[in-house]
Design a protein around this ligand. Structure first.
Ligand code: SF4
Length: 409
């Protein structure tokens, strides 16, 4: 008697927006070593800060939701315990900050000296967490409908081939930091927030495309806004790096918006918002980059820089060895928020880009499974800055960073 053989297991490969898409676009080969080889980066400082600020804001929201403590929160009493809790959580997963990177360098005059003592350093990360909570918390927290929302979707495998492809579908997943739900109302400013002037709504109302969406819907209709935090400065519109963060962030929000629209309880998504939280307390490196972008006309046109001439002049005249310029709060707030318009054509184009990335990852994976050497199956192509921080630069054939030869003294 012939025993029936078990059918091949059906597996749908799953890709994440941040873990796969953004990482693969930074460098294919680095992505392969880190993600598919499950090797964590040896110096994950950037990742530490990203996880830290997300964790702190999430926990701050949960505490605010519980007791509605009014703002501003005291750093030592209210915020520091949250930071400690998140830091401990990150340590458990092997993520540590670099002290030398995170000590507050007195560059920014807004912070107080008394907070800088041996045991209680107010570091750059803390300074940013404090500003993020006290500047955006009062406007953001009352709007939150859900936070850390996992969204998933499924798409056809690009260029599916019955013989070679691993599956006819692939899954996409992502975690939306914040989802807000609002109602259109004659007086939108008060729709969610009883007589409270909400800065986020003010920014949204200044946006022409958002205004059109409101006009095309009826009073009482509900809509959603997708919000994402980034532990980084606002990126320039063009980049000399292989990976253009300005475009990638937009693509991420558009893809989230498609994923969210697949869920049964979703409402129309009117906009996306990204908070670039480093802008609230820019470091010296951030200021140097902002200066370079202003000089080379690389800033985006979502901010009317004519309204901030004094701040612009302070940045342009500032020299690296000087004390940091005292920029206005309005300028820092304007640079920390970016509104992304959600439009069907742009969503399609983002999804096509995602399909392309998945196709490239799948093709490299299949080559490797078929016996091609890793460095031949995956394209090693990046820029000098990424290569300089890459753990694989010592043996990567295409490393752009010139490692100085070791000389015996
Ligand atoms: S050294 Fe550069 S090119 Fe090579 S894997 Fe790392 S980032 Fe990619």
């Amino acid at each position: 008697m012939k025993l029936p053989s078990r059918s091949k297991s059906y597996m749908i490969p799953e890709y994440s927006l941040t873990g796969d898409l953004l990482s693969f676009l930074t460098c294919n080969l680095q992505y392969r070593y880190q993600n598919k080889g499950t090797l964590p980066p040896s110096k994950p400082v950037q990742r530490w800060f990203g996880e830290f600020i997300h964790g702190v804001l999430e926990e701050a929201y949960l505490q605010w939701d519980l007791n509605h403590k009014s703002f501003p929160w005291d750093w030592k009493e209210d915020i520091r315990p949250i930071e400690d809790m998140i830091d401990l959580r990150l340590q458990v997963s092997g993520l540590y900050p670099y002290d030398e990177d995170l000590f507050y360098s007195l560059l920014n005059s807004e912070l107080e000296f008394e907070d800088l003592n041996e045991h209680d350093h107010k570091k750059l990360a803390s300074a940013r967490a404090e500003k993020a909570i006290n500047i955006w918390g009062p406007h953001l927290f009352p709007l939150i409908d859900s936070s850390e929302l996992l969204i998933k979707g499924i798409r056809k495998m690009p260029k599916y081939n019955e013989k070679t492809s691993r599956s006819n579908y692939y899954g996409i997943n992502g975690v939306v930091d914040v989802l807000t739900s609002m109602k259109i109302n004659n007086n939108i400013k008060q729709s969610n927030l009883d007589n409270y002037n909400n800065k986020i709504i003010e920014f949204l109302l200044e946006n022409k495309k958002f205004q059109e969406k409101i006009k095309n819907h009826n009073d009482g209709d509900e809509y959603e806004i997708i919000i994402d935090y980034k532990g980084m400065k606002r990126p320039p519109i063009k980049s000399d790096r292989i990976n253009n963060p300005w475009e990638n962030h937009k693509q991420q929000i558009l893809t989230y918006s498609w994923l969210r629209s697949q869920q049964e309880d979703s409402k129309p998504i009117f906009a996306g918002i990204i908070f670039y939280l480093n802008e609230l307390v820019p470091s010296k490196e951030d200021l140097l980059l902002i200066q370079e972008e202003l000089e080379n006309d690389l800033t985006d046109d979502l901010i009317d820089y004519d309204n901030y001439i004094e701040d612009i002049n302070l940045i342009l005249e500032w020299k690296e060895e000087d004390k940091a310029p005292e920029l206005s709060n309005e300028f820092k707030i304007a640079r920390s928020i970016r509104i992304i318009n959600i439009d069907d054509e742009e969503i399609d184009s983002s999804l096509n880009k995602f399909d392309n990335v998945v196709f490239n990852i799948e093709s490299s994976l299949i080559k490797e499974i078929d016996g091609t050497k890793i460095q031949d199956a995956w394209i090693a192509e990046s820029d000098e800055r990424t290569c300089s921080a890459c753990d694989f630069k010592t043996f990567c054939k295409n490393c752009k960073y010139k490692i100085e030869e070791f000389k015996v003294p």
